[in-house]
Design a protein around this ligand. Structure first.
Ligand SMILES: NC(=O)c1ccc[n+]([C@@H]2O[C@H](COP(=O)([O-])OP(=O)(O)OC[C@H]3O[C@@H](n4cnc5c(N)ncnc54)[C@H](O)[C@@H]3O)[C@@H](O)[C@H]2O)c1
Length: 271
């Protein structure tokens, strides 16, 4: 974890806070971390917190505020970013070209798209950097992200909004599904608290089984569904005219579109 050197977090809310929790629990020295957040509220023992950027230049600056804050925040952080600073942005939508305009002196800029399960090392982090997969900064960024979960480079920045929809927003969609599974059981007569427990444990067990199995999820579904049995009757509802597939695709498409709108807004705000 020394790869990050002096690590500054610009904003430490839900997402950057989840990343920091995992970094600290996997051995990152809190003395190497500085959080800059408007409230100045403490985040963790040993981590320096400032309401405004202190003097100095970090080795790695993680932008962890909302995309809508970029135009306001960038001028405050840009003077602290030099050719030896790697800038990592987790801002949904905001493109490398926009970030480069806002931080012209940065040595390297990498977009990272995490999700909240990084807090327990079970997250996903999509990465896209200016210099392509072989850029020198990539090894530093990949080493920093490694404890967070599945870390993969994305080949084409145009796909980053889809990655954001699938992996960044994905936990929210799955939390909705867990609730719906429980609510469905409760609607059919189970006690709501028991239905909620069964729904969560079923999703957890199915996900772990799928992660460990050699067979793909579709084959695992077939193993559950006996011919002429009850699971088949349920799958027929999910599959009728591609109902579930179409709902999920429309969900991802809506989130992807919103990411593109936020990218445009950030372009306009920093032009
Ligand atoms: N929440 C998620 O699951 C998730 C997943 C992937 C990416 N992201 C991205 O992470 C970023 C943060 O999202 P979040 O959900 O953590 O939001 P959040 O509101 O929880 O956190 C944002 C933080 O930024 C701080 N902030 C505001 N203005 C600032 C400034 N000028 N300088 C420094 N800090 C400032 C706020 O005080 C706040 O604590 C967004 O860009 C979002 O697109 C979020």
């Amino acid at each position: 974890m020394s790869a990050a050197g002096r690590l500054w977090l610009a904003g430490c809310g839900t997402m950057a806070g989840a990343m920091l929790r995992r970094w600290l629990s996997s051995g990152l020295d809190p003395a190497a971390v500085t959080v800059v957040r408007p409230s100045g509220r403490p985040v963790a023992p040993g981590v320096a917190v400032h309401a405004a950027p202190p003097a100095g230049t970090p080795d790695l600056l993680l932008l962890g505020f909302k995309p809508q804050k970029l135009a306001e925040a960038a001028p405050r952080f840009a003077p602290h970013v030099g050719p030896d600073t790697i800038l990592v942005s987790i801002l949904a939508g905001v493109e490398l070209a926009t970030l480069r305009r806002a931080f012209p002196a940065a040595g390297a800029i990498v977009r990272a798209m995490p999700n909240t399960p990084v807090a327990i090392g079970e997250g996903v982090v999509g990465l896209f950097g200016e210099g392509g997969p072989e850029a020198p900064a990539n090894a530093t960024v990949a080493a920093l992200m490694a404890p967070l979960g599945l870390v993969e480079w994305i080949a084409d920045e145009a796909l980053f909004d889809v990655v954001t929809a699938l992996a960044g927003s994905g936990p929210a969609f799955l939390f909705r599904f867990i609730d719906a599974l429980g609510a469905g059981g409760a609607a059919l007569g189970l006690a709501p608290d028991q239905a909620a427990r069964f729904a969560l444990a079923t999703v957890q067990g199915a996900a772990q089984l799928a992660a460990r199995a050699e067979a793909p999820p579709a084959a695992l579904a077939e193993q559950v569904a006996s011919p002429g049995g009850s699971t088949r009757a349920g799958l027929a509802v999910l599959d009728e005219a591609g109902a579930l597939a179409r709902l999920v695709e429309a969900t991802l498409a809506a989130a992807t579109r919103r990411n593109a709108e936020m990218a445009q807004a950030a372009r306009d705000a920093t032009a």
